[in-house]
Design a protein around this ligand. Structure first.
Ligand SMILES: [Zn+2]
Length: 422
């Protein structure tokens, strides 16, 4: 098949006016000017007209479990109140509800032009019942905060099982791509982080976690006080890891800062962190930046602009993290703190927050960058021969810069191809 469009935005060099992409089975086999692609390839020609053809978008952080919570939780006074509110909502849901919620979420992300997703699920045992319509990385979200008496206030029965990690891995093995997600420093123990990192190293899978999201998390770990501290102490979490370090320092300690920092070779220093995709990093102290600079540690960072707005977190330190060389990606997070699963809306929100960043760079954060975070930069995120045929089209006139029009696109996608299939 040859797909022609007014412009082909490859993310691999300048956009190609009157361009075309040739697809065979599930791969891109050629890309260039329409006339040239037509001479080099045979097959049906699909003319998309006045549209830009671009790589399918990649959502680097989402929880489709909570698609059914859209509009259910108004912004709360504190992050801790939001945790209470989402726990109350979750208590009303059955596995059947979660299954429907995940399927509904998949349909929605696809309607918004997302062809790959990094999705965290608290219910890995549901994965075998789901046929995902897009390329999916399933991360088992793991929590082992000890809550002896009022356990159901923060964890449900499935997550509380002591063997939840083993069970999660068994369940996820049916998925093509999987990884592990110890939830956050305040809900997952040192032991759980260490086990996840060890298993991920052995199985060669990715890791993700929530880190330094709220000021309450900073207050809890750094000062040993605040609403989150009190809430978790109240449900029986051992709090002896609080009152000393920032969340970032704590995280680096857990995943091996000491050993890495003492090693001189850059590639070895970086290695343990390359498999981590870190959601948030909103709250960093001055000392955290010094630490990042000195240690040359790099990991992948996901920013969710609209969820960030909902919580009114401190400004995301985009410029500083970017200048330190972090790979920054966009994600929608869940509908418990967002209103839709559109990455176009995230790009628009990011552009509004950071008007100095070029629209091309913003689009990279939803294509090329998350492909790198998923270690798939040689097969997705660009339009290049040999890459998977994951493509979307959006309206694009001749007048303006195509990147501006793509980032400004506000609607549903009516042409999408995933793995060579329409
Ligand atoms: Zn999240």
């Amino acid at each position: 098949m040859i797909i022609r469009a007014r412009t082909v935005v490859t993310m691999d060099g300048a956009p190609i006016d009157n361009g075309a992409v040739a697809v065979s089975e599930n791969r891109i086999v050629d890309v260039g000017k329409f006339d040239e692609v037509k001479t080099r390839n045979a097959g049906e020609i699909v003319d998309l007209g006045e549209q830009a053809l671009l790589p399918g978008l990649i959502n680097a952080h989402c929880h489709l479990d909570y698609t059914c919570l859209r509009g259910k939780i108004p912004p709360q006074k504190t992050f801790t109140d939001w945790i209470r509110a989402i726990n109350a909502e979750k208590a009303k849901l059955s596995p059947k509800d979660y299954l429907a919620s995940i399927n509904e979420g998949f349909a929605e992300v696809r309607r918004f032009g997302t062809t790959t997703i990094a999705n965290l699920t608290a219910f890995p045992d549901l994965v075998r019942q789901i046929t995902s319509p897009i390329r999916t990385w399933w991360f088992a979200e793991l929590i082992d905060v000890r809550a002896p008496e009022r356990a159901n206030e923060i964890v449900d029965l499935v997550r509380r099982r002591t063997d939840s990690l083993r069970r999660a891995i068994e369940s996820l093995k049916c998925a093509q791509n999987w990884g592990l997600a110890p939830h956050a420093l305040f809900t997952a123990s040192k032991n759980l982080y260490e086990r996840c990192q060890e298993i991920a190293g052995r199985a060669n899978v990715l890791l993700t976690t929530h880190l330094a999201e709220s000021s309450e998390e900073m207050e809890m770990f750094h000062n040993g006080s605040g609403p989150l501290y009190e809430f978790l102490k109240g449900i029986g979490r051992p709090m002896n890891d609080c009152g000393n370090e920032t969340p970032l320092e704590r995280f680096l300690d857990l995943v091996g800062r000491g050993g890495s920092l003492n090693r001189p070779r850059a590639n070895e220093v970086d290695r343990p962190y390359l498999s981590w995709i870190i959601a948030h990093l909103n709250e960093l102290a001055g000392s955290d930046f010094e630490l990042l600079e000195k240690s040359k540690i790099k990991f992948h960072v996901v920013h969710s602009p609209r969820s960030h707005d909902y919580f009114k977190h401190s400004q995301f330190p985009f410029e500083r993290l970017h200048s330190l060389g972090f790979n920054i990606c966009l994600g929608t997070d869940s509908l418990a703190s967002n209103e839709s699963l559109s990455l176009f809306a995230e790009m628009r929100a990011f552009q509004k927050e950071f008007p100095g960043v070029s629209p091309e760079q913003v689009l990279q954060m939803a294509t090329v960058n998350p492909a790198m975070a998923l270690h798939q930069e040689n097969v997705i995120g660009r339009i290049r021969p040999g890459f998977y045929a994951d493509l979307v089209a959006v309206q694009c006139s001749e007048r303006d810069n195509p990147f501006e029009q793509i980032v400004g696109f506000d609607g549903l996608i009516d042409w999408i191809m995933v793995n060579g299939k329409l």
